[in-house]
Design a protein around this ligand. Structure first.
Ligand code: ATP
Ligand code: MG
Length: 220
């Protein structure tokens, strides 16, 4: 299988005052193309810390990370920034849509940031996920569940190899959580590697592989 991310011996500590707090300790991980992986674990166990590192938002750590077979150490900042924009999509727990733009404009924003027009990709995604009715609406005119799904389509707009979702169902009821999980599965079936953190055991079980974060490590 094509490995999208490979991690060996990842450790991460935060400095708080004079103390060093070790959050990730000698952790190993990998995820392949089209694979849907979930992570559960207690609050404060380091799940978001881990996602930030995998998603290239944090580069203060020790250990080896390879993205698409390339060592992060061997890349400069500009290379990493392009890699992140082109290949990594993020969905956060809290709403992050821009209020002054329509849903379609929001979804196509990553393509604009990259300087390549989306060429109908936003509408295509909205149709494929059955959301074309909200294309022209503004974020304040749609429900929380729809916002969450729109944020996910935005993350998928550049057809990322890796989709990172930090508690994507955190604020949703059972029905809408199910809809988001179906969406994530569909994204994985389209070839994207999906890495999801959740507090919901039922959601975690819907992944191909469910991991637990504890003691600074990820275990099956
Ligand atoms: N920027 C930071 N500086 C110092 N400590 C931090 C920082 N960010 C997180 N921490 C600490 O690192 C630990 C892991 O935090 P993290 O946010 O990764 O946990 P989490 O597993 O995502 O928790 P939750 O389920 O509540 O979102 C916590 O003890 C937290 O207080
Ligand atoms: Mg977190």
């Amino acid at each position: 299988m094509d490995k999208i991310v490979e991690i060996e011996g990842l450790s991460k500590a935060y400095t708080q005052g004079h103390e060093q707090i070790l959050v990730l300790e000698n952790l190993d991980f990998s995820i392949s193309k089209g694979e849907f992986v979930s992570i559960v674990g207690p609050s404060g166990s380091g799940k978001s810390t881990f996602l930030n590192i995998v998603g290239l938002l944090d580069d203060v750590y020790s250990g080896e990370i390879r993205l698409f077979g390339k060592r992060l150490e061997d890349m400069d900042e500009a290379e990493k920034a392009v890699l992140r924009l082109k290949n990594v999509g993020f969905v956060f727990q809290f709403d992050s849509l821009l209020p002054e733009f329509t849903i379609l404009e929001n979804i196509e924003m990553p393509a604009r940031v990259l300087g390549s027009p989306a060429k109908g990709r936003g509408l295509e995604l909205l149709e494929r996920f059955g959301l074309e009715v909200i294309a022209g609406k503004f974020p304040m005119e749609i429900s929380g569940g729809e916002k969450q799904r729109a944020a996910m389509l935005r993350a998928l707009c550049n057809t990322p190899a890796l989709l990172i979702a930090d508690e994507p169902t955190g604020n949703l009821d059972r029905h809408n959580s199910g809809v988001i999980l179906d969406d994530l599965r569909r994204a994985a079936d389209m070839g994207t590697a999906v890495l999801m953190v959740t507090h919901n055991e039922e959601a975690a079980r819907r992944a191909d592989r469910a991991l637990r974060m504890a003691g600074g490590k990820l275990t099956a």
